[in-house]
Design a protein around this ligand. Structure first.
Ligand code: GCW
Length: 704
């Protein structure tokens, strides 16, 4: 009897197992990123063409061999990669050509070894995504400079980093070399990233010292075969820190100090990329300290770098002017300087005019400068979107910016087209992402946040690729190509940015965060002056909510946009709902396009964010069998926190706004679980930059 029931149970188990058709994968700590196909490089199996000392061609070959040995593709009979005998101008410095013949021969060629490497990674990606077809593929990157910005400090902390400490162990370098340095280079090269700024834009002057340059050199040497150049953020006051009386960019001694410094850098790192500069912003020193302009400062550095081919990325994130609207300051300061910058200077502009908010209109500066190189800066680290606790796939947001039409030269003058150099005569094109990488085992603090690193690279190579394709590629390579898994998780990730906007700050609200840590809501904070505080930005009062940036009654920020956008944003009837409170201050009972009052619409928007975030947990639970236990449970815990935070945001925002509107929360919305007073008091405990631990955040019950 006993034996029979055991046998029956085993049969049942077998049936369940077969009907699922899925074997639970082994635990995976996420360290191998999307590159988990081969742990060992292989030097057998293929023919390398040309010089195979440690360079891109050699690495390309090892990658191909490693992949194809572990994952044989029956249609592929032989493979080769190497440099073209004669350069093909169409392929430029980094493009590649892959020829896959009908009889199974693969030939990957490029003008230079970085192109060969990108070709190999592209080819492997096609194999892994089962997209390989006989024929010819040619690709060249859209942007010349595709750069990660690390906000890492010499003491190992990372400003706005939520994935442990800095990857760079400055105290160990140059003596100790960690394997992560090369792993990092490989991951970047696999998605086409070709540059990295190693240190924080709030720059410690030590980074340019002889001692640190020796450390930087080690990283540059490791990255070089992967086609990656190293850049540094500089502190504009460095000459003064080094004993000079001034850091005035027109002072002879200062000019010579920088010339000598640049010469020293290139003697140590011959292919050094250049400088990233945050000047006269948030307390950083800059040329304005000496009555000089951004152009004076940038050009002085550009002249020093010019003989070596280096560039200056000069940030437009400036906060020193007295404008009553921060959203206008970048245009106010930079437009008068258009045409004054050297040709190796590029102005690095954040995607939106304020600061990496969940949703902003594109920065109008993209459409204003005509005789100056401009590039976009995106934030991969989730400073304003739940740190590494929230799953937010950011590519849809970045693409929304790049696809935005500025109308600078009529229709089609998108941010992408302008920054790619297609609209006016930019002579350099670039794109930057503030990275989410730290020394945590899974690199990004949230397994699913790796998708944003991947997506940034793919977008920098080709801004046309859709969000759907990128997330699909990434999931297949990082988890599984199981259809049920892909359908479910892609849907969840694609909805996540809109969810984040909805549960944090819908309808154009912005910067309603608690404290300087920017985690969680604090709409009651601050005053109505331009001091970075929520009350300045949302302007909630008895008469309504929103920042009036219209031409007649507001700050006229709308006039920084070209027609037809200016009128579209200016007119409350045509302004898109998602930017409504960015441009308009409206009464609580304002009638929305949907027929709801503004108050109800806000409540329903928050509710839709809560529902989405709650639904992500169900979606994730539905794919449990396809995911290893380790990643499954870590992601699950974070999705639960995300859904609780969604209710926390709504409770704080709506209960606070209710003190002005006096209106009721619609009955079909999730009931608040905390009082306004409780939430205000809670805020007092989370005022630093760190992400609070999951279990110290306010408790919420999630309904089924
Ligand atoms: O958003 C703000 C951040 C600062 C950051 C600054 C910048 C590096 O809160 O931490 O400083 O932007 O982009 O310079």
């Amino acid at each position: 009897m006993k034996t029979r029931s055991i046998t029956a149970a085993m049969v049942l188990l077998a049936i369940v197992f077969v009907s699922c058709g899925v074997k639970k994968p082994a635990d995976n700590d996420g360290h191998s990123l999307w590159l988990g196909y081969s742990s060992e490089r292989d030097n057998s199996g293929a023919v390398g063409v040309g010089d195979l000392s440690r360079n891109g061609v050699k690495i390309a070959l090892e990658e191909l061999n490693g992949y194809l040995k572990d994952n044989p593709v029956s249609e592929i009979k032989s493979w080769r990669c190497g440099l073209l005998n004669e350069k093909d101008p169409k392929l430029g410095d980094e493009g590649f050509r892959i020829v896959f013949s009908e009889d199974g021969d693969v030939n990957i060629r490029a003008n230079y070894d970085a192109g060969v490497l990108y070709g190999a990674y592209h080819f492997i990606r096609l194999c892994r995504n089962k997209e390989l077809k006989p024929g010819v593929i040619e690709e060249v990157p859209a942007f010349q400079y595709r750069i990660l910005n690390h906000w890492d400090n010499p003491n190992g902390t990372v400003e706005r980093g939520y994935a442990g400490k800095s990857l760079w162990k400055w105290n160990e370098l140059p003596g100790t070399i960690r394997p992560e340095y090369e792993e990092y280079a490989r991951a970047n090269a696999s998605v086409g990233i070709n540059g990295t700024v190693l240190n924080n834009v709030n720059a410690d002057p030590r980074m340019l010292s002889a001692e640190y340059l020796q450390k930087v050199k080690i990283l540059a040497d490791i990255f070089r075969p992967y086609g990656i150049k190293v850049y540094l953020s500089l502190n504009f006051a460095a000459p003064k820190h080094n004993g000079l009386k001034t850091s005035d960019p027109l002072d002879k001694d200062v000019i010579n100090w920088w010339k000598d410094k640049v010469e020293e850098i290139y003697s140590i790192i011959p292919d050094f990329g250049g400088f990233l500069v945050k000047a006269n912003s948030e307390g950083q020193s800059g040329p304005q300290d000496y009555g000089r302009t951004h152009a004076d400062g940038a050009n002085m550095l550009a002249d020093a770098l010019k003989p070596y081919g280096g560039i200056v990325m000069w940030r437009a994130f400036v906060y020193a002017s007295t404008s009553p609207d921060r959203a206008k300051q970048a245009v106010e300061e930079f437009l008068p300087l258009d045409g004054q910058f050297r040709d190796n200077v590029i102005i690095q502009i954040k995607n939106g005019p304020v600061d990496f908010q969940p949703r902003e209109p594109f920065s109008p500066l993209f459409g204003q400068l005509e005789k100056t190189n401009v590039m976009a800066e995106f934030q991969i680290t989730q400073e304003y979107m739940g740190h590494s606790n929230h799953m937010v796939y950011l590519h849809p947001m970045w693409k929304e910016c790049l696809d935005s039409d500025t109308y600078q030269k009529g229709e089609g003058s998108t941010v992408a087209a302008i920054t790619e150099g297609k609209i006016h005569a930019n002579n350099i094109s670039a794109i930057a992402g503030v990275t989410n990488i730290g020394d945590s085992v899974n690199w990004c603090g949230h397994h699913l946040a790796q998708a944003n690193w991947y997506a940034f690279g793919r977008m920098a190579w080709n801004p046309e690729i859709s969000s759907e394709q990128i997330v699909d590629e990434w999931l297949r390579q990082t988890f599984t190509d199981n259809k049920a898994f892909l359908n479910a998780v892609e849907g969840m990730m694609l909805a996540s940015h809109e969810a984040s906007v909805s549960y944090e700050m819908p309808l154009g609200l912005h910067h309603c965060f608690a404290g300087a840590g920017h985690y969680g809501p604090g709409p009651w904070e601050g005053a109505s002056r331009p001091d970075w505080s929520p009350r300045y930005y949302h302007k909630a009062s008895a008469d309504g909510v929103g920042f009036d940036r219209t031409s007649e009654t507001g700050t006229d920020a709308v006039s920084q946009y070209h027609e037809p956008l200016k009128s579209l944003y200016d007119d409350v009837k045509t302004c898109p709902d998602e930017l409504l409170l960015w441009f308009h201050h409206l009464p609580w009972d304002y009638r929305m396009k949907s027929g709801n009052t503004l108050w109800d619409e806000l409540c329903y928007k928050f509710e839709s964010g809560i529902k989405l975030a709650r639904g992500f947990i169900d979606t994730w639970e539905s794919v449990e069998k396809y995911v290893d236990n380790h990643r499954y449970s870590q992601i699950h815990d974070k999705l639960v926190r995300q859904a609780k935070d969604a209710i926390w945001w709504r409770d704080a925002m709506i209960l606070y706004f209710q003190t002005f509107s006096g209106m009721e929360i619609p009955a079909d919305c999730t009931p608040p679980q905390h009082t306004l007073d409780e939430l205000r008091n809670f805020r007092l405990r989370i005022s630093n930059y760190e992400t609070p631990a999951l279990d110290v955040l306010p408790e919420y019950t999630l309904s089924d």
